[in-house]
Design a protein around this ligand. Structure first.
Ligand code: ZN
Length: 377
């Protein structure tokens, strides 16, 4: 069988970090690799590993401003400039450290390289665990993101004539990607996330639907804090398949951040591996070519486990535990911290469930009434 899946990975990148205390941990990718080896009978004809290479700097300027990139370079050399504060650099969220520009460029190069491999017919699925830095703005760092690898790679594909859809299931609104393509109908941007009422970055209302030619090509599905697998899946099914069917993208960029999980300490949704893997497999089924990007996920072990569970949805490979037979409900091994890789379902009950379901139904209704007609759905 010819290899149709590419995994973007290097040990070097997985061992990088902003600082020891910073919650963004590339190390999740290394743990993910260990879980892949444990749970899948990996053979070379199943997939190939591609090392992320630094992005061609000119591609940065398809989205970012030159003065902002100059600041990033200075920061990466250890130089100080008072303008950095205005650009969101040098706070606890987006610390300044030596080598940060090269790190950002390599992460962006992984995403771009993955996208190129897809459109050049080398694969039909790519997973890049350390990517999907969807908060970075044109001239500002935000939410642990310095360079918006997603926006840069999509902008390059659009320039080459491709139709691109972005489906973002990270628990945070994909505000930087929204900003990049808010006024164009060449990119369909869909973000499902926890409501701005309770979570960073405080945007992503359903009413943000794009402007000018882009009106109707930016779609937000905010969830009330607490929403579970059922609520999430039902809104996803109502909104995403009809829009993707109609838009007919050549390639789908999927930011599959694992911070929507109920054990993530930076957010408040209640997804389990059941809902998460179901959503990833639905996106895969709807995508002619799929670039999956790791995005957020601040429970390090759980995030790696969710990505490992999603690997079967992405590749069609069967998951089994080489040490204890088929995956069951057992707790074992080094990932006992996170529990088993597959989880029991969790269903929200009572008034909270009703509030979450009603809010999701209201948002879906709004999108059906306001966005769907623009696409003649
Ligand atoms: Zn996130």
């Amino acid at each position: 069988m010819e290899s149709r899946t590419i995994l973007i990975y290097s040990d070097e990148l997985a061992c990088a970090e902003y600082s020891a205390a910073h919650p963004f941990k590339p190390l999740r990718a290394k743990i993910f690799m260990e879980l892949l080896h444990r749970y899948y009978n990996l053979q070379e004809d199943h997939f190939r590993i591609m090392r992320p290479e630094p992005l061609d700097e000119e591609i940065l300027y398809l989205f970012h401003s030159r003065p902002y990139i100059e600041l990033l370079k200075k920061a990466g050399r250890g130089e100080f400039d008072p303008e950095m504060f205005r650009a969101g650099l040098g706070n606890d969220e987006n610390p300044v450290f030596k080598g940060m520009f090269d790190l950002a460029l390599t992460i962006a190069g992984g995403t771009h390289g993955g996208a190129m491999a897809l459109v050049q017919g080398e694969a039909d699925t790519v997973f890049d665990p350390i990517s999907g830095l969807h908060h970075a703005k044109r001239d500002q760092a935000s939410g642990f993101c310095y360079v918006n690898d997603v926006a840069c790679a999509i902008a390059d594909l659009v320039r080459k004539g491709f139709r691109v859809a972005s489906v973002d299931i990270d628990v945070h609104h994909g505000d930087g990607v929204q900003e990049a393509f808010y006024a164009t109908d060449r990119v369909l941007t869909i973000s499902l996330h926890e409501s701005a009422a309770t979570l960073f970055p405080g945007t992503g209302f359903e009413t943000e639907i794009g402007v000018g030619a882009g009106r109707g090509y930016n779609v937000n599905v905010p969830f009330r804090a607490g929403a579970d697998d059922e609520v999430y899946l039902s809104a996803f099914e109502a909104v995403v398949p009809p829009l993707l069917d109609r838009f007919r993208p050549d390639i789908v960029f999927a930011e599959i951040g694992a911070d929507s999980h109920r054990e993530d300490h930076l957010a408040n949704l209640n997804l389990t591996s059941n809902g998460y893997t179901r959503v990833v497999s639905r996106i895969k089924a709807l995508s002619p070519l799929m670039l999956a990007m790791g995005g957020g996920g601040y429970n390090v072990y759980r995030t790696a486990a969710l990505w490992a569970a999603a690997w079967s949805a992405l590749t069609g490979m069967r998951m089994e535990d080489k040490f204890t037979g088929l995956v069951g409900g057992m707790m074992y091994g080094p990932e006992a911290k996170a529990g088993s890789i597959e989880e029991a379902p969790f269903v929200l009950q009572g008034q909270e469930k009703e509030l979450c379901a009603n809010e999701a139904a209201r948002v879906v209704r709004y999108i059906r009434e306001t966005v769907f007609p623009i696409h003649a759905i």
